[in-house]
Ligand binder design. Structure first.
Ligand SMILES: [Zn+2]
Ligand SMILES: [Zn+2]
Length: 383
């Protein structure tokens, strides 16, 4: 809670002024810690005091140019905080509520929203692509210059004005540093497994790419009762970590016999392969270890220049399914409380994915750790 609201309207925030930027970020410092002026929350908007925010590869993708976005943009999309002020018309949220930020606002009224497909919300996609809030325009400024919002959230900031449609209220007994990872890593990874792949007890699942999203998917597959949960990556230290988390087998996809080994251990391939690495070869690998009749899910955001070469006749003759999964293919306000319930019962230990933390001032160096695979989830603590 802010001591006074006017203090909240001036806050420090990590702003990207240009992209792409080369590494090491500790030296090139793509994110500058600027003092922003925030507008008061508009209709159906809230001011949130950010308590903790996670570093995600989707932030890196904006910094390295894989996802071109307008600048200057305040980054950060995985976070949890406390409602500090409500704009006009806000229902079901009050000052003091604990919330998790969601990186795609869903209007609740468009055709995809009506079908329960929040990830495809049409006004949400338009505002996110423009770097604006769902209600249109921006609420952050440096002097007279507009600062764009990252997917309606901009969480590497002491405060953020967001649409009430960009948050999910949670119980206050979950520590907010742990809560943050539910907003992207858990929502995306767990959802790809249980919503998009629809994993059933006893099935075989492979997770290709072991970052925060992939490892959340791995924990999700275990929680969902998959018999075989095979972790795949090119980094042996991540494979080792996946084993500690409960993977039933680990495979380095660079090994020559990697595909054959997975086929041998699963009777011809996995029921579902979930790719979270964001590169073409990872998807190819996931496709090739999927059994006949199985499904290959991609939940990563590859560079737009990446195209896939897939034999059409195999899709038909082997009745294969390829599915994309965004926002975990579900409804955040329904799914996040379910995932938190599993966490509280010890069946989805996603706090183990938080491998480092630090203050906002160290954010550039922390992004080096993420880019180099030296941390799974790094949490920025705002106080
Ligand atoms: Zn993310
Ligand atoms: Zn909508």
């Amino acid at each position: 809670m802010p001591d006074n609201i006017s203090e909240a309207r001036e806050c420090r925030s990590a702003v990207l002024h240009n992209s792409p930027v080369e590494r090491p970020y500790a030296k090139t410092r793509p994110l500058s810690l600027d003092t922003l002026r925030l507008d008061p929350p508009g209709t159906d908007e809230v001011l949130v005091k950010i308590v903790a925010a996670g570093l995600c590869h989707s932030d890196l993708s904006v910094m390295n140019g894989d996802r071109p976005r307008p600048t200057p943009m305040a980054l950060g999309h995985e976070a949890a905080g406390i409602v500090a002020e409500c704009g006009p018309g806000v229902k079901n949220l009050a000052v003091g509520d604990h919330v998790i930020m969601v990186f795609m606002p869903s209007c609740g009224h468009c055709a995809p929203c009506a079908e329960g497909r929040a990830a495809l919300c049409e006004p949400g996609a338009v505002s996110n692509n423009k770097g604006e809030l769902l209600g249109g325009g921006v609420r952050m400024h440096i002097g007279d210059e507009a600062v764009f919002h990252h997917v309606g959230v901009s969480a590497f900031s002491e405060y953020a004005v967001v649409s009430a449609r960009s948050v999910v209220k949670i119980d206050k007994d979950l520590p907010l540093d742990k809560a943050a990872v539910f907003g992207c890593a858990v929502l995306t990874g767990m959802g790809a497994v249980v919503n998009t792949a629809g994993v059933r007890p006893g099935q075989s699942v492979a997770i290709v790419g072991l970052g925060g999203v992939g490892l959340s998917g791995l924990l999700g597959a275990l929680a969902a009762g998959a018999a075989d949960v095979i972790a795949v990556d090119v980094d042996d230290s991540k494979l080792e970590f996946a084993k500690e988390l409960g993977a039933t087998a680990t495979v380095n996809s660079r090994d020559e016999d990697a595909v054959d080994r997975i086929k041998a251990m699963t009777g011809g391939g996995v029921h579902s392969a979930v790719e979270t690495a964001g590169v073409g070869p990872a998807f190819d690998f996931a496709y090739n270890i999927t059994r006949r009749g199985g499904q290959t899910v991609t939940a990563s955001l590859a560079n737009p220049s990446v195209n896939l070469a897939i034999q059409q006749v195999r899709i038909v003759g082997e009745e294969r399914t390829i599915r994309g999964s965004y926002l975990g293919g579900g409804v955040p306000s329904r799914d996040i409380p379910r995932y938190i319930a599993l966490y509280k019962r010890g069946r989805l230990p996603v706090d183990r994915l938080i491998t480092s933390s630090g203050p906002l001032d160290d954010i550039n160096a922390a992004f080096d750790l993420l880019a180099e695979g030296k941390t799974i989830r790094h949490i920025i603590r705002m106080d």
